[in-house]
Ligand binder design. Sequence first.
Ligand SMILES: NC(=O)c1ccc[n+]([C@@H]2O[C@H](COP(=O)([O-])OP(=O)(O)OC[C@H]3O[C@@H](n4cnc5c(N)ncnc54)[C@H](O)[C@@H]3O)[C@@H](O)[C@H]2O)c1
Length: 331
Amino acid sequence: MSTVKEKLIENLIGEEKISQSKITIVGTGAVGMACAICILLKDLADELALVDVAVDKLKGETMDLQHGSLFFNTPKITSGKDYSVSANSKLVIVTAGARQQEGESRLALVQRNVNIMKSIIPTIVHHSPDCKMLIVSNPVDILTYVVWKLSGLPATRVIGSGCNLDSARFRYLIGEKLGVHPTSCHGWIIGEHGDSSVPLWSGVNVAGVALKSLDPKLGTDSDKDQWKNIHKQVIESGYQIIKLKGYTSWAIGLSVTDLVGSILKNLRRVHPVSTMVKGLYGLKEEIFLSIPCVLGQNGISDIVKVNLNSEEEALFKKSADILWNIQKELV
Ligand SMILES: NC(=O)c1ccc[n+]([C@@H]2O[C@H](COP(=O)([O-])OP(=O)(O)OC[C@H]3O[C@@H](n4cnc5c(N)ncnc54)[C@H](O)[C@@H]3O)[C@@H](O)[C@H]2O)c1
């Protein structure tokens, strides 16, 4: 007796079901799920795998996404507690871990999340030895270093989301002040994703017109327009959103998805992401900090050598010192 399927469909070729652009997201909390929905809506993967230790939540989130399959073009959504589900991933996005409590700094989270990385990274690499890894869990710069060490992957394939979000917030706020869409407001934040991040006021421009050429005091204490407050707002916005809604999710999900697009589509766009900066700007330690990087199918293929002025370089080095002082104590 043939089934309805057999009566309806005649199979002509037995196709091997190997994904070409599989993405795994580890951690299905607020950030992981925001990344998932943005990636699905942008059609960036042919398979999306989700991994979490909280099995009921994982199953619920997976079913909820699968039931939206009619509305996007990713034919396979899988999940499991076991990392075998992540096998053959092109890109693994790590959002697992504790999040900041109200008023808690990103750096205070460190040892808790280092221990989580120890438990997950070797298994991920075992199942996807050729993957790129995109680290989002905080403190993201230190954890990207930790993942690099634990994974044995080249530093070019272990990328921290770093200041990609900070720079997006920066451009949004500049846009608000000027009444111009953020895509036309160019500006970079480098260094630590967090309190010691460094705004590059010298490069802020609209249509190639450097704002600092219009007011050399831009971004300093004596600037009467107080542009400096924009950077202050960037630093405070994470804390403020956590105070208001308990976590941040949408902007980080969108900004991570922008990075995913550059990597999986080999776009070679430049993003401020966290990478190994030893040897740059006189830094001697193995520290990960954000600088403008070219992202493509092999991860970070190039870095853009930004000419920092003396004040920016001093702030960048201060950011590195802060991270190194924490990183060197890690077990
Ligand atoms: N880099 C950034 O710009 C940025 C922005 C926002 C949040 N974050 C960070 O992202 C992380 C996640 O934030 P969130 O709000 O989604 O937190 P969340 O608590 O909502 O989710 C974390 C998830 O990780 C899972 N998890 C914990 N241990 C695990 C393990 N060993 N293996 C697999 N899964 C595990 C939990 O079960 C949970 O579902 C935090 O560290 C947060 O600080 C980073």
